[in-house]
Ligand binder design. Structure first.
Ligand code: G3H
Ligand code: ZN
Length: 285
C-alpha cells in the first residue's frame, strides 16, 4: 500500500493539487466525506485522531474503510496525531495503511529517535508515515483568543532542522508549523510562506498543512503552489455537524436517525466539496 500512496502524493506534487484529509468519528461524517469525493472524482484521505478512533473503534474504522474502498478505491485511511509507539503499533497491526507519528512535544533529539522507530516499524509493514516537526497550537474546536496573541515564533519549523529530521528519520512526509494552528480563532492565521518555500527546498519532501480550518482559499492555493501536498480539516466539519444536527432536530418532531442524520451528512459534504475544489483535487482520479 505504501507504494500506491507515495504515487498519489507524487501525482499531487506534480499536478499542483493537495490531498484533503478529513477527520471523522461517526458514520454520517464518513458518508458525507465519501459522497463529496465521489461526486467530484477526488482522491481523499479519511483520518482519525486517537480520540476519534477510540470512539469509532480502531478495528471498526479499518473494517468500514475496507468496505468503502471496494466501491470507491481512491480513499486512504490515515491515523492522525499518534503520540506513542504503542498506539502506532496497535493501529498498524489493525490495518491502517497510513499513519502520522506526532513527536512534536518531544525535544528534537527524542522526536528524531521516536519518529525513526515509528518509521522503521511502519515501513516494515508497508505503511506510509508522516512525521511532525515544530508545534501546532490548539485543538480542533473554536477558540475565544486571537491566534496572534497565542502563537509564538519558537514553535515554527526551522528549515535546517527539517532537513536533518527527514534524513535521520526516513519519514515519507512532514507536517510543519508555519503559522498554522488547530481550530478556528478570532483572527485568520498568518502563514509564513518564505519558511514554507525554504523547508520544501531543503527537504524535497511531501509536506502537510495541519489546522486547515479558518485558512483562506487564497492562502491554501499559495501554500499548494509552494509545496504543500496534504491539508487537514477537522473543526469546520465539527461545527457543520453540530449546527446541522441542532437545526434538524429543532425543525421537526422526527426521531428517525436516518432522517435527521441525512441532513448532517449533507452539511459535511458541502464543506468537503468546497475544500476539494480549493485544493484543486477534483477530477484527479
Ligand atoms: O489533524 C487534524 C487537523 O490538523 C485539523 O485542523 O481542526 O484546524 O481543521 P483543524
Ligand atoms: Zn492536526
Amino acid at each position: 500500500m505504501r507504494g500506491k500512496i507515495i504515487r498519489l502524493y507524487k501525482k499531487a506534487d506534480k499536478k499542483g493539487f493537495a490531498l484533503g484529509a478529513f477527520n471523522f468519528s461517526t458514520n454520517e461524517i464518513l458518508k458525507g466525506i465519501i459522497f463529496a469525493a465521489k461526486k467530484l472524482k477526488a482522491p481523499i484521505i479519511i483520518s482519525t485522531s486517537e480520540g476519534e478512533r477510540n470512539f469509532f473503534g480502531c478495528e471498526e474504522s479499518v473494517a468500514v474503510y475496507n468496505a468503502i474502498r471496494k466501491k470507491y478505491p481512491h480513499v486512504i485511511l490515515h491515523a492522525d496525531h499518534t503520540k506513542s509507539f504503542k498506539e502506532l503499533k496497535k493501529i498498524i497491526d489493525a490495518g491502517y495503511p497510513s499513519v502520522h507519528f506526532d513527536g512534536s512535544k518531544l525535544s528534537f533529539r527524542h522526536n528524531v529517535r521516536e519518529t525513526k522507530r515509528a518509521a522503521d516499524y511502519a515501513h516494515s509493514k508497508n505503511v506510509f508515515i508522516e512525521g511532525e516537526l515544530g508545534g501546532i497550537t490548539g485543538g480542533s474546536t473554536t477558540h475565544k483568543e486571537r491566534l496572534k496573541d497565542v502563537l509564538t515564533e519558537d514553535i515554527l519549523t526551522k528549515p535546517e532542522q527539517a532537513k536533518e529530521f527527514v534524513e535521520l528519520t526516513g519519514v515519507d512526509s512532514l507536517a510543519i508549523s508555519i503559522g498554522n494552528a488547530h481550530g478556528i480563532w478570532k483572527d485568520k492565521p498568518k502563514l509564513d510562506f518564505e519558511r514554507l518555500k525554504d523547508i520544501k527546498k531543503r527537504t524535497g519532501k511531501f509536506l502537510v498543512l495541519h489546522g486547515g480550518s479558518g485558512i483562506s482559499a487564497k492562502d491554501f492555493r499559495k501554500s499548494i503552489s509552494l509545496g504543500i501536498n496534504k491539508i487537514n480539516i477537522n473543526t469546520e466539519l465539527r461545527v457543520a455537524y453540530a449546527h446541522s444536527l441542532l437545526k434538524s432536530l429543532n425543525k421537526r418532531e422526527d426521531y428517525t436517525p436516518y432522517h435527521y442524520l441525512k441532513d448532517v451528512s449533507a452539511a459535511i459534504s458541502k464543506v468537503v466539496e468546497e475544500k476539494i475544489i480549493i485544493f484543486k483535487a477534483d477530477k484527479k482520479i
